[in-house]
Write a protein that binds this ligand. Structure first.
Ligand code: NAD
Length: 470
C-alpha cells in the first residue's frame, strides 16, 4: 500500500490541470492553498478515564461562504487527509454549481470502539469546540456526514449548536444530513449513491466513449464490483441494480471479499451480513483469499466506496475494470492513475461522481433557510391542473383512461420527487460540462483533469468577480 501524501496527490492533480487554464500564477496559488486549519485536542471522560481526542476542521476555500464538507470518524484521520478532503470539496462544489467553499472535519477515533453514549459525548464536545472558534454556523461552515458518521451524529451536532445559539432562526442550517424528523431532507441518506448511479449512467450513455473501452452504450447489463458497503456503496449498489439493471458480481468489505458471476442480490447480502456478521460464505458466492482481490476482478465498472489510496502503484497494473467510478474520495493515487490511464481505463473522478451528497445537502440547507418543505406550496395546485387537463382530454376525445395511468399523470411533486429531480439534473449537467472540456481541449486526455479545469474556470471567475484578482 502506498503512503503518498493524499494532499500532495490532490495538489499534483491540480497542477496537471492548472497548466491548461492560462490563469495567473498568484490566483492559482490562492485557489490551491487551505485558507484555515483548526487542530483541536480535547478531553472526554470515558468510564473512569479521560481520553484525549485529536480532531480537525479545515476550511479550504473562503471564496464562497458558507464552507461545506463532511465530518469523518476514523483512526486514520490526520491533518494531511482532512486538508486533501477539504480541497476536494472546493472543486466538487464548483463542478456541481453548489455555491459553497470546501471544508472537511475529522475526529481521530475508531467509532466501533465507543458506545453510543460515548460517541454522543465526543460529538457534542467536538461541536462545542467548533462553536467556540466560530467554525460552524449556517452562514459560516456547514458540516455533513462522511465515513464513520451519519444522521445520528448530525442530530447531536444541531442540538448542541441550538443549545448555544438559542433564538437563531436559521440554526437548523448549521449542519446537513440530519434525520428528516430533525429538519433533514428526504433523499439525503441515499443521495451520494444515487448521484453515483446517475453519473455512471450518463458516462455510459456516450456511444463513442464506450466504444473506446470495448463496451456497448447504456448502463443496463454492465457488471459492477463495489468496495465498501457503507452509506455510499450500499445505495450505489441498490439503485444501480434496481433502476439501472446493473449486475453486481463482486463485493469487498472489511472482513473479506466475495464474487458471484450470476449477480448478487444486495438485500439478501445485507441480511446475511447482519445475521452472520460477515459478507463471507454468502450462498452461491465464492470467498476471495484477500479483501483487496475484489479490486482486481474482471468487470465493466469498479466502484471503490471505502477509503482513499486503495488503488496504488502496487496493484494498478492488475486492475481489469473498464471504468472506475470513484465513489470514495481519493481511492486512486496519482501514481496509480498514470498506469490506469495508459491501460485506457476511464476514471470518473471523485470530485464529480460522489458530488450527489453535497448537492442534496445544499437542498437541505435551502430548505432550512426557507423554513418550509419543498413542494408544499405547489403540489396540490399542480395536481389539480393535471387533473383538469386529463379530464379535458377525456371529454374532447370521448375516451377514459384507467385509474393507474390517471394517478401517474395527475400527481403533484413531493419533496423526494423534487430532490431526486434536482440531483439527476445536476449530475447530468455537470458531466456534460466536464465532457465538453475533455473534448474541446486537445491536450486534456483524462476526465479528472477536465473536471479540475471545469472547476478552476468557475472558481477563478468568482475571485475575479470579488475584485481580488483583476
Ligand atoms: P461508511 O462509513 O458509511 O462506509 C464505508 C464502508 O467501507 C464501511 O462499511 C467499512 O467497513 C468499509 N471499508 C473500510 N475499509 C475497507 C476496505 N479496506 N475494504 C472494504 N471495505 C472497507 O462511509 P461512507 O459515508 O459510505 O463513505 C465512503 C467514502 O465515500 C469515503 O471516502 C467518503 O469520503 C466518501 N463520500 C461520502 C459521502 C457521504 O455522503 N457519506 C459523500 C461523498 C463522498
Amino acid at each position: 500500500m502506498s503512503h503518498q501524501s493524499f494532499f500532495a496527490s490532490v495538489e499534483r492533480n491540480f497542477d496537471k490541470a492548472a497548466q491548461h487554464t492560462g490563469l495567473p500564477q498568484g490566483l492559482l496559488e490562492q485557489i490551491k492553498v487551505c485558507n484555515a486549519v483548526y487542530q483541536i485536542k480535547f478531553p472526554v471522560k470515558i468510564g473512569d478515564e479521560y481520553h484525549v481526542i485529536e480532531a480537525y476542521r479545515v476550511q479550504h476555500s473562503h471564496h464562497r461562504l458558507p464552507t461545506k464538507g463532511g465530518i469523518r470518524y476514523a483512526l486514520s484521520v490526520n491533518q494531511d487527509e482532512v486538508m486533501a478532503l477539504a480541497a476536494l470539496m472546493t472543486y466538487k462544489c464548483a463542478i456541481v454549481d453548489v455555491p459553497f467553499g470546501g471544508a472537511k472535519g475529522g475526529v481521530k477515533i475508531n467509532p466501533r470502539a465507543y458506545s453510543e453514549f460515548e460517541l454522543e459525548k465526543i460529538t457534542r464536545r467536538y461541536t462545542t469546540e467548533l462553536i467556540r472558534k466560530n467554525f460552524i454556523g449556517p452562514g459560516i461552515d456547514v458540516p455533513a456526514p462522511d465515513y464513520g458518521t451519519g444522521a445520528r451524529e448530525m442530530a447531536w451536532i444541531v442540538d448542541t449548536y441550538q443549545t448555544f445559539k438559542h433564538g437563531d432562526i436559521d440554526s437548523a442550517g448549521c449542519v446537513t444530513g440530519k434525520p428528516v424528523s430533525q429538519n433533514g431532507i428526504r433523499g439525503r441518506a441515499e443521495a451520494t449513491g444515487r448521484g453515483v448511479f446517475y453519473g455512471l449512467r450518463e458516462v455510459c450513455s456516450f456511444k463513442e466513449d464506450m466504444a473506446k473501452v470495448g463496451l456497448e452504450p447504456g448502463i443496463e447489463g454492465k457488471t459492477m464490483v463495489i468496495q465498501g458497503l457503507g452509506n455510499v456503496g450500499y445505495h450505489t449498489a441498490r439503485i444501480s441494480i434496481n433502476e439501472g439493471g446493473v449486475k453486481l458480481i463482486g463485493v469487498a468489505e472489511y472482513e473479506g471479499a466475495i464474487v458471484k458471476e450470476d449477480g448478487i442480490d444486495i438485500e439478501a447480502l445485507m441480511t446475511h451480513r447482519r445475521e452472520t456478521g460477515s459478507i463471507l460464505d454468502f450462498p452461491g458466492a465464492k470467498n476471495l483469499p484477500k479483501r483487496e482481490d475484489a479490486l482486481e476482478l474482471e468487470c465493466d465498472i469498479l466502484v471503490p466506496a471505502a477509503l482513499e489510496n486503495q488503488i496504488h502503484a502496487g496493484n494498478a497494473s492488475r486492475i481489469k475494470a473498464k471504468i472506475i467510478g470513484e465513489a470514495a474520495n481519493g481511492p486512486v493515487t496519482a501514481d496509480a492513475e498514470d498506469t490506469l490511464l495508459k491501460k485506457g481505463i476511464i476514471i470518473v473522478p471523485d470530485m464529480y461522481i460522489n458530488a450527489g451528497g453535497v448537492t442534496v445537502s445544499y437542498f437541505e440547507w435551502l430548505k432550512n433557510l426557507s423554513h418550509m418543505r419543498f413542494g408544499r406550496m405547489e403540489k396540490r395546485f399542480n395536481a389539480n391542473t393535471y387533473e383538469n387537463l386529463v379530464s379535458t382530454v377525456e371529454r374532447l376525445t370521448g375516451k377514459v383512461i384507467g385509474p393507474k395511468e390517471r394517478s401517474v399523470l395527475t400527481r403533484g411533486a413531493d419533496e423526494i420527487d423534487l430532490v431526486n429531480s434536482g440531483l439527476e439534473e445536476t449530475m447530468i449537467e455537470a458531466y456534460r460540462q466536464i465532457r465538453d472540456v475533455y473534448i474541446s481541449y486537445d491536450k486534456i486526455t483524462d476526465l479528472r483533469t477536465a473536471a479540475f479545469v471545469s472547476a478552476l474556470n468557475k472558481i477563478s471567475s468568482d475571485y475575479m468577480a470579488l475584485g481580488i484578482f483583476p
